[in-house]
Design a protein around this ligand. Structure first.
Ligand code: MN
Length: 298
């Protein structure tokens, strides 16, 4: 099933070019009805209800998709999880010795939304990634059981500033985690390693890979994350980016497309951006307000 939110907080199942409305099968949830759906599955072990045979079928062109999971409990992310990206970044370490990091849950936006760049004079890159959505509360999962905790998959952009700040800062600006356009349930993708991922900025194809090139595959990454922290229904895991990251600027359109999932598109704006040297606390930097060693770490 492709589960989507649309026109505010309505819930639907995508069927070709139609959206089968299933809003009334799930009660409103503070994290949106799709989050409520995931929690209902975690609680009862099955979907809340299927849409009635006479359910309304909207044309996709007549509705507006909204963020499938606007406030996930947390966003866990893998640094350097593809060898080709490790090479382009000339870094020594990978996810296997860096571990995972957290992105602010408030950085999440949805399809058609706008990534807002905070500074006028810094480099911001797109990182197209496979997003994994967790379906139940788990801790210390063995790798062999890790896939049982996966609810589904989505396209994800891990937007990143290149600077000296900690990863959690560079990647947590509001709007820096677009996800969508919907969530595909795990039963439709038994082996995510067979998927290919493509990412465009404007008309330029910047990234193209198969998920099989990951250093930590999905089961290893989920198991590893669960060895550090309790994973909860609705958590999102950004699985890392392949080579081809590069700068985005005001007015760019960024799209990430993954087989069997779909295509997520957002735009980029620098509206309201300020010079980096005018950021809060800049004057207290021992190296000066503009000093930064370009940090390639993704
Ligand atoms: Mn990333």
């Amino acid at each position: 099933m492709k589960l989507a939110r649309f026109d505010g907080d309505r819930l639907g199942i995508v069927d070709g070019d139609r959206m089968v409305e299933t809003t009334d099968t799930v009660r409103p949830h503070p994290g949106g009805r799709l989050h409520g759906f995931i929690e209902a599955v975690a609680e009862h072990g099955r979907p809340p209800a299927l849409p009635a045979p006479d359910a309304v079928r909207h044309r996709l062109s007549d509705i507006t998709l909204t963020c499938p999971l606007p406030t996930p409990p947390k966003v866990v992310a893998a640094p350097v999880n593809y060898l080709d990206h490790k090479a382009e970044m000339t870094v020594e370490h990978t996810v296997a010795d860096l571990g995972v990091f957290l992105k602010a849950r408030t950085s999440v936006i949805g399809p058609g939304d706008t990534v807002v760049l905070p500074y006028t004079d810094m480099r911001f890159d797109q990182e197209g990634e496979l997003g994994v959505v967790i379906g139940r509360r788990v801790r210390d999962l063995p790798v062999e059981e890790a896939m049982t905790a996966v609810f589904g998959y989505t396209c994800l952009l891990d937007m990143s500033m290149r600077s000296t700040e900690d990863r959690s800062t560079r990647k947590s600006f509001d709007t820096f985690t677009p996800i969508g356009p919907w969530i595909v349930t795990a039963d439709e993708i038994p082996d995510p390693a067979v998927l290919s991922l493509r990412c465009w900025v404007g008309d330029t194809l910047r990234q193209e890979t198969t998920v099989a090139d990951m250093i930590f595959d999905v089961p290893t990454l989920v198991a590893y994350a669960s060895s550090v922290m309790t994973l909860e229904p609705g958590d999102v895991i950004a699985t890392g980016t392949p080579k081809g990251v590069g700068p985005v600027v005001d007015g760019d359109r960024v799209a990430v497309e993954i087989d069997a999932i779909g295509r997520l598109e957002v735009t980029v704006s620098a509206r309201g951006a300020i010079p980096y040297g005018r950021r809060v606390g800049a004057a207290l930097s021992p190296a000066g307000p503009m000093a930064h060693v370009p940090s390639p770490h993704s």
